[in-house]
Structure formats: C-alpha cells, structure tokens
Design a protein around this ligand. Structure first.
Ligand code: NDP
Ligand code: 8X3
Length: 251
C-alpha cells in the first residue's frame, strides 16, 4: 500500500486530495495547524492504521523535523510528498503591505516547502523512488497588482521544482509543479482575513476551479509510470486568462 504525505490537508486542495487518495487505497500522512480538523479526517478516512496526522506550523523548522522524525514505521516510506500548505495574505500594493504578511508568506510558501522537501529527499533516494508534487500557482508566472510577495513565492516554487530535478537526475525521484489558477477554497477567506464579502466576490459570476479538480490531477500524476516526469502543469479555469500589460496614462 502506497503512502502520500499531504501538507495543508485541513481544507481546500489538501483535504480533497486526502479524500481521493484514501478512496483509492492509499495510506495518508496529513498535516496542518488545525488539529481538530486533522482528527476528524483521520476518523473519517480509516483511523490511525490508514491515516497518520501531525499538527504543526510548517514554517517552524524544528516542528517539521520532529514530525518527520517521529513518523510511525508503517508510515515511514513516503511515496508521494504533496507540498501544498500555503497562503496569500492581502492584496495591497508593495508600499502599503504589512511586513508581517510578507514574512508569513515567505516562511510558509517558501521555507515550509523547502524544509519538507529537504527532509523527505534522503529517504526517497534510499528507496530509489519518490515523487514530490509541489503546489505552485499561475501567480508564479503571471504577476498581478497586489500579488507582490505571493507571486514571488510561487515563482520560487516553480524554479525550485525545476532546479531540484537537476540534482535528482538518476535517483528515480520525480518532481512536478502544479500551477493552478482561480480555485474556490478557503484561500480567499485567508487572503482577505475573514472578510466574507470580499472573499466571495472572487468566485462570483465565474466558474472557478474546484479543489476536486486539483485532487484529480494529483491522483493522475501519481499514477503515471515511473519513467514519466511531468515537470510543470499550469491549470486555469476556462473562464480565466491573462490580460494585456498595463500602460500608465498621464492625467
Ligand atoms: P486553503 O486555505 O483552503 O488551504 C490551505 C492549507 O494550507 C490549509 O490546510 C492550511 O492548514 C495550510 N497551511 C497554511 N499555513 C500553514 C502553516 N503555517 N503551517 C501548516 N499548514 C499551513 O487554500 P488552498 O487549498 O487553495 O491552498 C493550497 C495551496 O494551493 C496553497 O499553497 C495556495 O497558495 C495554492 N493555490 C491556491 C489557489 C487558489 O486559487 N485557491 C490557486 C493556486 C495555488 P491550517 O490552517 O490548518 O494550518
Ligand atoms: C492563487 C491564484 O491568481 O489568486 O494562487 O494568485 S491567484
């Protein structure tokens, strides 16, 4: 039975992926800060024999190390690591943002993903196989006003994914960066700090991606044969596209 570790499994893409992989007979290691949500998922998806849960803040390097170092034997061989935990905070222009928000995005989207990857790789190398599936974003390719550090953090994820493939050549370990566009999850509630009206506005009068769309993609990737490595997958809703470059007109 194969094992997937999903960071940020308490909602959105991570939760949908956990449910889908459980239904397909995988063992799960689920992480996130909200312990009560993890405990609920564990009991719904098969109990401690099928689902190991660890609650920690991914930006805390020692907590990440502790979580990996205390995996029960039955969960110690990770076949797929889905580096999914992440967030956007705010949409203010760069001269007006809260520096704490910038720190948090860097610490979570960049450092947390780095820590998990670095700690998981030696064991995967020993196994002669493993799969790192990173959740980047179209924001890493298509910057937009107010995206500033969020966009930059996802550009990091893109380049990091490509760069570690170069290091891992010959190890049997695969790396994919999935780059979703607008998807309806708790993402906007987090970005707009519980401003429901603003968050709902993101998904109004348009058909966004769903968390299930991304879960389906992750399962498809995990089932590709070991000699195939999809490096990058950018996935937008049909009702989203990039726009023209902006030109400032003097008043
Ligand atoms: P959600 O807000 O629904 O889920 C985010 C998950 O990340 C939660 O499980 C949350 O768990 C976890 N998380 C956040 N911060 C931390 C932290 N410090 N430590 C541990 N876990 C953390 O959003 P999505 O499912 O949409 O987001 C998942 C990923 O997809 C993110 O990386 C996001 O940037 C990316 N993405 C989202 C898109 C969208 O439009 N929704 C589009 C493109 C990419 P908890 O709060 O319990 O800690
Ligand atoms: C989230 C998608 O376009 O809001 O990564 O930045 S977007």
């Amino acid at each position: 039975m194969k094992t997937i570790m999903i960071t940020g499994a308490t909602s959105g893409f991570g939760e949908a992926t956990a449910r889908l992989f459980a239904a397909n007979g995988w063992k799960l290691i689920l992480t996130g800060r909200r312990q009560e949500r993890l405990a609920k998922l564990q009991s719904e998806l098969g109990g401690p024999e099928q689902v190991h849960i660890c609650s920690f803040d991914i930006s805390d390097r020692h907590a990440v190390e502790q979580a990996f170092n205390t995996l029960p034997d039955a969960f110690s061989n990770i076949d797929v690591l889905m580096n999914n935990a992440g967030l956007a905070l705010g949409l203010e222009p760069a001269d007006q943002t809260d520096l704490d928000d910038w720190d948090k995005m860097v610490d979570t989207n960049i450092k947390g993903l780095m820590y998990c990857t670095r700690i998981a790789l030696p064991k995967m190398k020993q196994q002669g196989a493993g799969y790192i599936i990173n959740i980047g974003s179209i924001a890493g390719n298509w910057p937009y006003p107010g995206g500033n550090v969020y966009c930059a953090s996802k550009a990091f994820v893109r380049q990091f994914s490509l760069a570690i493939r170069a290091d891992l050549l010959g190890t049997g370990i695969r790396v994919t960066n999935i780059e979703p566009g607008n998807a309806e999850t708790e993402f906007s509630m987090v970005r707009f700090k519980d401003d429901e009206q603003r968050a709902e506005g993101v998904y109004q009068q348009t058909v966004a991606l769903t968390a299930q769309d991304i879960a389906d993609t992750v399962l498809w990737l995990a089932n590709t044969p070991p000699h195939v490595n999809v490096t990058t997958m950018e996935i937008m809703p049909t009702e989203q596209a990039n726009g023209p470059l902006a030109i400032y007109r003097q008043q």
